[in-house]
Ligand binder design. Structure first.
Ligand SMILES: Nc1ncnc2c1ncn2[C@@H]1O[C@H](COP(=O)(O)OP(=O)(O)OP(=O)(O)O)[C@@H](O)[C@H]1O
Length: 306
């Protein structure tokens, strides 16, 4: 058993991608991805439309099979019967049986899942004031999302994969359900991986980040470490002074330049600049605006920083 196997077997890693790629007829949705997500983290998956976020989550849920490489889930390489009850997945389109009532949907969850938590699932449904007799097909998009989250959380998975879970929820429901998710993570150590385009929704919630762009992992790691390793610099200095750092992205308006840099060893070079720790939004926008990763991407933050 190599060191990676033993770490996974001890439950150290919820996800571990090695040379992961998924090819569709038209091209690669993900290519050469490598990252590790330790158990117990709340991980945000961020990236532009078409970046590969849903593909990554569907690979984790074993709805897709890699074309190359692998994505180990809770230490398991393939789609084993033992893995299924341990992983919950809410897809972007929240597929549920439209002819079932809410109560029948929860009953199905109870019958299919050995660790089913009826109280939790029922509480999530009740908070949305949904009648057990209502048919799924008659619910609004946000109400269906609530039922889908009740099903996924009621399963009591060790790993919860959520593809844009909050997109069609009203602000109160969003706040309520995010609170329930965080309480779940804190109480049971559930690993939560959620994709979102709403950066404000992730701020203060996630402690791990995966930034996907053009099918590549641009950044992966603990959020605090990533933020600590970058600086947001503002000034009228010569951008050539930033040579001691790796400039992720810079913009100039008039004589002022703002640059997001990965800090290097030569910090004297930036004395002439105002510097601050970037916010999550600064970090994400900087990387999303930076030149295309297609030819230059490295697979993990630590490699990228090397
Ligand atoms: N079934 C499919 N057949 C062919 N190509 C596909 C299929 N599903 C996804 N793709 C392509 O794979 C790439 C990644 O798609 P994916 O849905 O994973 O992106 P995403 O980051 O989730 O996007 P969004 O933010 O818009 O949901 C895109 O180029 C998309 O066109």
């Amino acid at each position: 058993m190599n060191s990676t196997d033993s770490q996974s077997a001890q439950g150290g890693l919820a996800l571990e991608a090695v040379g992961l790629g998924l090819q569709h007829q038209d091209g690669w949705a993900l290519r050469n991805c490598a990252f590790e997500l330790p158990v117990g983290r709340v991980c945000g998956v961020v990236g532009p439309n078409g970046a590969g976020k849903s593909t990554l989550l569907a690979l984790g849920a074993r709805l897709l099979t890699p074309t190359e490489g692998e994505l180990r889930v809770l230490g398991e390489s393939g789609d084993t019967p033992e893995l299924r009850p341990r992983v919950g997945f809410v897809a972007q389109d929240k597929p549920l049986y439209p002819s079932f009532t809410v109560a029948e949907t929860l009953r199905l969850g109870r019958e299919l899942n050995p660790r089913w938590d009826q109280q939790l699932a029922q509480r999530i449904v009740d908070q949305g004031e949904l009648s057990g007799k209502a048919r799924i097909g008659s619910l609004s998009g946000g109400q269906r999302t609530r039922v889908a989250l009740a099903l996924a959380l009621g399963k009591r998975p060790e790993l919860l994969l959520l593809d844009e879970p909050m997109a069609d929820l009203d602000p109160l429901a969003r706040h309520q359900l995010m609170g329930t998710l965080m309480a779940e993570a804190a109480e049971h150590g559930t690993t939560i991986v959620l994709s979102s385009h709403v950066l404000a929704e992730l701020d203060g919630v996630i402690d791990h980040l995966l930034l996907v762009r053009s099918g590549r992992i641009m950044l992966a790691g603990e959020l605090d470490e990533l933020l600590d390793a970058h600086l947001l610099l503002t000034g009228g200095g010569d951008p050539a002074q930033l040579a001691g750092h790796t400039v992720v992205e810079s913009r100039s308006t008039g004589r002022r330049t703002t640059a997001l840099v990965r800090t290097g060893t030569n910090t004297d070079a930036t004395d002439a600049w105002e510097s601050s720790r970037p916010s999550l939004e600064d970090l994400l926008l900087g990387y999303l605006r930076s030149p295309s990763p297609a030819d230059t991407t490295t697979s993990t933050y630590s490699e990228a920083a090397a």
